[in-house]
Design a protein around this ligand. Structure first.
Ligand code: TRP
Length: 341
């Protein structure tokens, strides 16, 4: 496998992407516009790794892990249902990849506790979860995430804005490692989506499972209609006859994303009182359902072929292990602790 210079031969000429999700539950529209959509668009161009981050899920769910087993399948199926082709991508279950754990330990020498404490995403999440004495695993998950990204020498990581501090830490670790040990790790680039954050239909700044305002990729048509019907609109518009202000309406923001062709038309109709909120929401629900229909169809297939999903995860993880084991060897060699197989 090795070429004598300690480099791993690339299995393909394509550049590599790694991205993933914590397996804490079903994915929603916010995940779709923030990351899944670009995964699908990039799968032909890049050697794409999709990580089911089940160890990172444990950082917040270690006390009730019963939820996780189911979620591994939910997240795998969400990714497949939006159109990721199992013949093109490599789906990886984090806990099946020992090299990620090993790299985490080596990288932990290069990261100060203060850098982790000051990581803005860690701070926000710790506050949201109400942690005042967070676990070592939670505080350190950005180090583990650096191992997720570098075990396969990913070039590009398509993620949302909130992951930026983790990407900066990863790049810092890689630079420090390469400088200290004359290493060969690849410094990855972040790729931000053009729609990094989807607000909730309830007016909350973010769509989130814990916020109770999520439209799931696996929701059925009626559920989507019901959730859209409950959305907040322009509060000053009391009657259909009042002109509305689309600039302050969440439903309108959603039209821009999920119904772009009709967006302008809907804006002007709203301003002229030519369309009421009920009809406007109906049109939005229909647009979202049109997006989700093919996802539902694929999901139905995979739900009836669970063994296939298991096989996709296992074979993807096998490939990841072959690559990760080589990286660990290189890292150990560079750190002068490798004496041969
Ligand atoms: N922290 C990411 C999230 O919460 C999930 C994740 C884990 C990830 N490992 C990763 C994302 C590696 C990109 C690359 O969404």
């Amino acid at each position: 496998m090795r070429d004598g210079k300690g480099k791993i031969p690339m299995p393909t000429e394509k550049k590599r992407i790694l991205t993933g999700d914590r397996t804490t539950g079903k994915l929603h529209l916010g995940h779709y516009v923030g990351s899944l959509k670009s995964r699908v668009a990039l799968q032909n161009e890049y050697d794409s790794f999709i990580l089911l981050a089940d160890i990172q899920a444990l950082t917040t769910h270690f006390e009730n892990p019963e939820l996780l087993e189911h979620s591994i399948y939910d997240v795998a199926m969400d990714n497949l249902s939006v159109g990721l082709d199992p013949n093109k991508i490599t789906m990886v279950q984090q806990s099946r990849i020992p090299s990620i754990g090993e790299l985490t330990v080596y990288y932990s020498m290069l990261v100060s506790v203060n850098a982790l404490r000051h990581n803005p995403t860690i701070k926000t999440e710790a506050a949201n979860y109400g942690y005042n004495d967070m676990t070592y695993g939670f505080l350190g998950y950005p180090v583990s995430q650096s191992a997720d990204i570098t075990f396969c020498k990913a070039n590009l990581v398509p993620v949302g804005e909130d992951q930026k501090p983790h990407m900066e830490m990863t790049r810092k670790i890689v630079r420090r490692f390469n400088e200290l040990y004359n290493g060969n790790l690849v410094e990855p680039e972040i790729m931000l989506s053009d729609c990094p954050r989807l607000m909730g239909l309830d007016g909350n700044a973010k769509m989130g499972k814990s916020l109770g305002n999520a439209i799931y990729l696996s929701d059925d048509r009626e559920t989507v209609e019901k959730k859209v019907r409950a959305a907040v609109t322009d509060k000053n518009r009391i009657s259909v006859k009042d002109p509305g202000n689309p600039d302050v309406c969440v439903v309108n923001k959603y039209h821009k994303i999920f119904n772009p062709d009709e967006h302008e038309n809907i804006c002007s109709m709203c301003k002229n009182a030519g369309i009421g909120c009920v009809a406007c929401k109906k049109a939005l629900a229909e647009a979202i359902n049109t997006l989700l229909d093919p996802f539902r169809e694929r999901r139905h297939y995979y739900e009836n072929h669970r063994d296939e999903v298991t096989e996709i995860i296992k074979s993807g993880s096998d490939r990841a292990n072959r690559i990760g084991n080589e990286t660990v060897k290189e890292v150990k060699e560079a750190m002068h602790i490798y004496i041969g197989d």
